[in-house]
Unconditional design. Structure first.
Length: 374
């Protein structure tokens, strides 16, 4: 996600925070320090209010992180890799390598997050009650009961049966299990997601008109986000279902333009990049594919060296994520295209190039399919 920075790794999963989260962190801290603590604990110093407000914001961050981490760990145990968790203005999102293969996987992954939030609610409540029993100052333990309540709200909100919320994923898993169709299950739950999103938008507008602009606008943003995400999730499922049924051999472009490994970079730029307007080409040496040469490869070299440097010295060597078999389905090609960072994969039968699939081919297909299916 743009505007994010990595803070570390947990269980091999990269954890990053989007800059939008800093807005929420600051807003929570500000509201606690200037509103909650002065109203409920007027004897408390201003500095202590800011410190406790910051603690609440950090505990909320950790709660959301643990929620998403639970999804991710269960996902990995189900054989679905998770590369990254991003915390942003609307909560968090775990970037799974693929969708679940069956409804049981979907159900386990979906329930893991709310189960963690419910556990945190219980733990924070127990600690609060214990410290209250020990007569610890109430303002010191106030963050615990506040964050405990937030975790309960997270459980209740996420279990609304509207995709892509966790409750929507649970419902999708059940419909998928009993109806046998992921596409149908996604269509139903995504429709519920759009309805729920619109309800939040209308609720937010009502709250604004009632005089509470901040909370109202927040509801509007969350509702619109859920509505947009439910629509895009359904489209992604449709495309995944479609591309799983199409073989690479029927989808690929067959007229592959390759370049020899011993021509100069200057000749490559003038006779290939500018002429054909592609950003990468397969490189051939002795009738064998040895790699790909890209615009990014060329950018690493000073222009004055173009005429005395051959392509072979700058290529991205051939590897598994640059190759697909003609009998693979297009979804395999899509996965590799977005993994390799080049935007293309070579379709190879043995050592022979028989075609190529590019990101542009896929996006154009999606655009045309969407227009024809409207």
């Amino acid at each position: 996600m743009k505007g994010s920075f990595v803070i570390g790794k947990i269980k091999g999963i990269e954890i990053e925070i989007n800059l939008s989260w800093l807005v929420i962190f600051g807003l929570i801290t500000f509201m606690m320090a200037t509103n909650f603590f002065p109203q409920n604990y007027p004897e408390l110093s201003s500095i202590m209010g800011w410190i406790l407000g910051s603690i609440i914001a950090v505990l909320m961050l950790l709660s959301i992180l643990l929620h998403e981490l639970s999804h991710s760990i269960v996902s990995i145990k189900q054989g679905i890799d998770v590369k990254k968790i991003t915390l942003f203005i609307f909560g968090g999102i775990a970037q799974m390598d693929k969708e679940p293969d069956n409804p049981i996987q979907e159900l386990k992954i979906a329930l893991a997050g709310p189960a963690m939030s419910l556990l945190l609610f219980v733990i924070f409540t127990l600690i609060f009650n214990l410290l209250t029993y020990l007569r610890v100052e109430s303002y010191i333990i106030a963050p615990l009961i506040y964050v405990s309540s937030v975790n309960l709200i997270i459980v209740l909100f996420n279990m609304v049966p509207a995709f892509p919320l966790d409750g929507g994923r649970v419902l999708r898993a059940l419909i998928w299990h009993f109806q046998g169709s992921l596409l149908k299950a996604t269509r139903i739950t995504s429709s519920l997601g759009k309805i729920f999103g619109y309800l939040l938008v209308f609720l937010g507008l009502y709250v604004v008109f009632m005089g509470n602009a901040l909370n109202g606008i927040w509801f509007v943003f969350i509702g619109w986000f859920i509505k947009q995400l439910s629509e895009s999730s359904y489209q992604n499922t449709v495309m995944t279902d479609l591309f799983t049924k199409i073989k690479v051999s029927t989808f690929m472009s067959k007229n592959v333009i390759s370049v020899g490994s011993h021509i100069s970079i200057e000749a490559l730029v003038e006779n290939y990049f500018y002429k054909f307007k592609y950003t990468s080409f397969p490189v051939i040496d002795s009738d064998k594919v040895i790699g790909m040469v890209t615009v990014e490869n060329i950018k690493t070299l000073n222009r004055e060296e173009w005429n005395r440097t051959i392509i072979r010295n700058l290529i991205t060597p051939i590897s598994d994520d640059l190759i697909v078999h003609p009998q693979n389905n297009v979804s395999v090609a899509i996965k590799k295209i977005f993994q390799n960072g080049i935007g293309r994969v070579l379709v190879m039968d043995g050592e022979a190039i028989i075609g190529i699939v590019s990101r542009t081919d896929i996006l154009n297909y999606i655009r045309i399919h969407s227009q024809l299916e409207e």
